[in-house]
Design a binder for this molecule. Structure first.
Ligand code: SF4
Length: 393
């Protein structure tokens, strides 16, 4: 009797993986499938090539919470500019943040730079092969350490991300919901990981989760493990992994102030180095709160003139953005000022024609897309995305 069949006969499968009663999915079957169907990814070494730990690390950091499609152009640009860890370590953090702008989760960019420095200072520019040693480096958690150890050094480590959790939960029909089931899923992943070709096996698991064992409509007929999959045997693969319902973050609201100087400058400031969007550039805003009262918005507008009142104009609609823990809506106010206007403390003027040189996060790019094309010929033309967004509103 296979494990899948055993699992399907149980009401609760929390016992599915009890020692002594398992028939684990065969690594060889997955590796054979991988040899035929592996994805071609820019950071993936070709067959028989030795992976470069720097490239593996760079891609794994970029891929945290981000899709392959979004990462590919950033990866290419980073690699063209910073070809190895020493060059990246020597780069100014501001340049790294600017190059990262738009990829999101900006703490990763700071950690990327800190990690490059640590690898140079503590390890002479060579990434350590040991999983525990990797975990001591900035920005490298247990998943990334296991991924680097496996892919770059062929160590028998088991990186378990959301895709691999899904595969494990289905293979063993794990009834316990996430996140409580995580330790069990990690243990099962370790148990199926072979000692040989561990790097290929880790990448095969990633490919299986991304292309076959997808969240909706998994292609079980094409899956190399379907004969040992409990969820497939039960015919309810899509119901796994189970999840504990997550309370939605409360909506926060606020206002953003786009102060425009008629000689083609915008007022910006830099966010604190730590915390949400740490170190990124923004236009001044109010606090973002659940009880934001728009009638008080202008009390938080930047003070740009001592004697005359600034004529702030509110743009129609709001800019919406969703962070991991809360959705946000910002009202956008714009004002036109004389070239003599002075920047308040902690703010500075930048040329509108040089906006692309600043490390604006996606939220601020949305705010500016809404505002900048209203300022006239001194500004660059709005992007196609800005036009499309305006048309949707
Ligand atoms: S048989 Fe289906 S559910 Fe099971 S691992 Fe393969 S794709 Fe996923």
């Amino acid at each position: 009797m296979t494990l899948a069949a055993k699992a399907s006969s149980k009401k609760s499968s929390s016992d599915n993986s009890r020692d002594g009663e398992k028939q684990l999915p065969k690594p060889a079957a997955l590796l054979t499938w991988y040899d035929r169907h592996r994805r071609k990814l820019p950071w993936r070494a070709g067959k028989g090539e030795r992976p470069d730990p720097y490239r593996v690390w760079l891609s794994e950091i970029m891929l945290q919470q981000t899709t392959v499609r979004a990462v590919a152009p950033y990866y290419a640009r980073f690699l063209a500019r910073w070809s190895d860890v020493r060059v990246l370590a020597a780069a100014p953090i501001e340049d790294v943040l600017k190059a990262w702008a738009g990829l999101g989760y900006y703490a990763r960019a700071r950690n990327l730079h800190a990690c490059a420095r640590a690898v140079v200072e503590r390890h002479g520019g060579a990434f350590p092969a040991d999983e525990a040693e990797l975990r001591t480096l900035p920005g490298i958690g247990s998943y990334t350490a296991a991924a680097i150890a496996a892919i770059a050094f062929d160590a028998p480590a088991s990186p378990v991300d959301g895709n691999i959790e899904r595969v494990m939960a289905r293979l063993f029909a794990i009834e316990q919901p996430l996140p409580g089931a995580k330790p069990q899923l990690r243990r099962l992943a370790r148990e199926v990981t072979p000692l040989q070709r561990a790097g290929d096996f880790a990448q095969a698991m990633m490919d299986l989760g991304a292309t076959i064992c997808t969240p909706k409509r998994p292609a079980c007929a094409l899956c190399p493990w379907n004969q040992s999959c409990a969820a497939f045997a039960r015919g309810d693969a899509e119901r796994f992994p189970r999840r504990t319902p997550k309370p939605e973050g409360a909506l926060r609201r606020g206002a953003a102030f786009v102060a425009h100087r008629t000689d083609g400058y915008l007022l910006v400031r830099t966010r604190p180095a730590t915390g949400l969007l740490g170190g990124m550039t923004e236009v001044p805003t109010t606090e973002w709160t659940a009880d934001f009262d728009e009638r008080d918005a202008l009390k938080s507008a930047p003070q740009l003139a001592r004697s005359t009142a600034i004529a702030w104009r509110r743009l129609p609609g709001v800019v919406r953005h969703v962070f991991t823990h809360f959705p946000l809506e910002l009202s956008v106010y714009v004002a036109d000022l004389q070239p003599t206007a002075r920047a308040p403390k902690n703010a500075r003027w930048i040329k509108i024609s040089e906006l692309d040189d600043e490390a604006f996060p996606s939220l601020m790019r949305k705010v500016l897309a809404d505002a900048v094309d209203r300022f006239g010929e001194a500004n660059r033309p709005p992007s196609p995305r800005a036009r499309a967004r305006a048309a949707r509103r």
